[in-house]
Design a protein around this ligand. Structure first.
Ligand code: CP
Length: 315
C-alpha cells in the first residue's frame, strides 16, 4: 500500500509520475473535462492544526474527483480522551484515504503503519510533502518542464516545508541553496538531511549574493510566531525572542530590492500564509516575479494527483 509521509519513501520516478498526473488533471480541468472517477470514495481529513489551503485544496479536489471529503477538527473528536492508536484505527474505517495534519509526524507514521488505507502527511512538524509536490508543479510550469529548473534558493529558517522541498528537488537533480541561519529544532530529520547530502545537490550558503546567484526560484516560509502578538503588539514575555528572531532572520527577508539586485530573473514563491514585513515584504508579494497565488492554486491540482497516485489510478 502506498502512503505519502515525507518523500523519503518516494523515488525520483514516483515524483515525476505524480507530477505528470497533476499536469494531466490540470489540463483536463482547464479544458472543462471532468475526471470524477472516485464515486463513493471518502477522503478523511483530520486536522490537529489550522489550515486554509490544505483543507480547501483537498476538499475541493476530492469533490472534483467525484468523491466526498469529511473535515475532522480533532478538537471536536474524542482523540484527546483515549489512546491515539485506538481512535485512529476507528477513524480509518470510515473512508478510503486519510490526510492528517498532525502535531507529530510520528502519529502520521503510526496511522500509516496499520496499512489499512493510504495515509498522507498534510503538514506535520517535520514534513509537508503535498506542498513540495505542488511547488514542483508550479516550478515545472514556469520553467516549461521541471528538467529546466537548475537551482532554487530557500531563505529564512529551515523547517518542515524546506525539508520536503529540498529532498524533492535533490531527487530531481535540482541544486538547492539554503540561506538560513537556523533550523526549527522540531523539524530536524537527520536521515532526511543525510539523504539530501548524499545527492551533493543541497548546500548551506549564508552569503546572499552567492545563494541567489543564478537561482530560478526563491522560496521562504514564516520564522515569526503569531503567538508573540496581541492587538498588534508584541506581548512583553515574548519581546526578547521576537527581537532575537528579527535580528537573526530579517537579513534573509525576500523583498523587491533583494530580488532585483541579486536574482532579477528568479520567481518568488511562498507556501502561504505570508507574514508581511517579516519573511516577505509587500513589494515581493506584489512583485512581477511573484507566483504565489498560482502556487496556492496548484495545491488543489496536486492533491488530486496525490490521491489518484495513492490509489494507483490512471487518468
Ligand atoms: N501552505 C499551507 O499548508 O497552507 P495552510 O496552512 O493554510 O494549509
Amino acid at each position: 500500500m502506498r502512503h505519502l509521509i515525507s518523500l523519503k519513501e518516494q523515488t525520483r520516478e514516483d515524483i515525476l509520475e505524480i507530477l505528470a498526473i497533476a499536469k494531466k488533471l490540470k489540463a483536463k480541468r482547464t479544458a472543462g473535462e471532468a475526471v470524477d472517477i472516485l464515486h463513493n470514495q471518502t477522503l478523511l481529513m483530520l486536522f490537529q492544526k489550522t489550515s486554509t489551503r490544505t483543507r480547501l485544496s483537498f476538499e475541493a479536489g476530492m469533490t472534483e474527483l467525484g468523491g466526498h471529503a469529511i473535515y475532522i477538527d480533532s478538537r471536536n473528536t474524542q482523540l484527546s480522551l483515549c489512546d491515539f492508536r485506538d481512535e485512529i484505527q476507528a477513524i480509518m474505517r470510515y473512508g478510503q484515504v486519510l490526510m492528517f495534519r498532525a502535531l507529530k509526524a510520528s502519529d502520521v507514521e503510526v496511522a500509516a503503519s496499520f496499512n489499512k488505507i493510504p495515509v498522507i502527511d498534510a503538514c506535520s512538524e517535520k514534513y509537508h510533502p503535498c506542498q513540495a509536490l505542488a511547488d514542483i508543479l508550479t516550478m515545472s510550469e514556469y520553467s516549461n518542464g521541471i528538467e529546466n529548473v537548475k537551482k532554487i534558493t530557500w531563505l529564512g529558517i529551515e523547517n518542515n516545508v524546506s525539508n520536503t522541498l529540498k529532498l524533492a528537488c535533490a531527487k530531481l537533480g535540482i541544486e538547492v541553496a539554503i540561506a538560513a541561519p537556523e533550523a526549527n529544532a522540531p523539524s530536524v530529520d537527520a536521515e532526511l538531511n543525510q539523504m539530501c547530502e548524499a545527492t551533493g545537490k543541497v548546500k548551506k550558503v549564508l552569503n546572499l549574493k552567492e545563494a541567489l546567484a543564478g537561482t530560478d526560484y526563491v522560496h521562504t516560509d514564516t520564522w515569526i510566531d503569531m503567538e508573540f502578538f496581541k492587538d498588534g503588539k508584541v506581548i512583553p514575555e515574548y519581546q526578547a525572542e521576537y527581537d532575537r528572531r528579527l535580528a537573526a532572520f530579517k537579513p534573509y527577508q525576500i523583498n523587491a530590492n533583494m530580488v532585483d539586485t541579486y536574482a532579477p530573473n528568479a520567481r518568488i514563491m511562498h507556501c502561504m500564509p505570508c507574514h508581511v514585513g517579516y519573511e516577505i515584504s509587500r513589494d515581493a508579494i506584489d512583485h512581477k516575479n511573484s507566483v504565489i497565488y498560482n502556487q496556492a492554486e496548484n495545491r488543489m491540482h496536486m492533491q488530486k494527483a496525490v490521491i489518484l497516485w495513492l490509489f494507483e489510478k490512471k487518468v
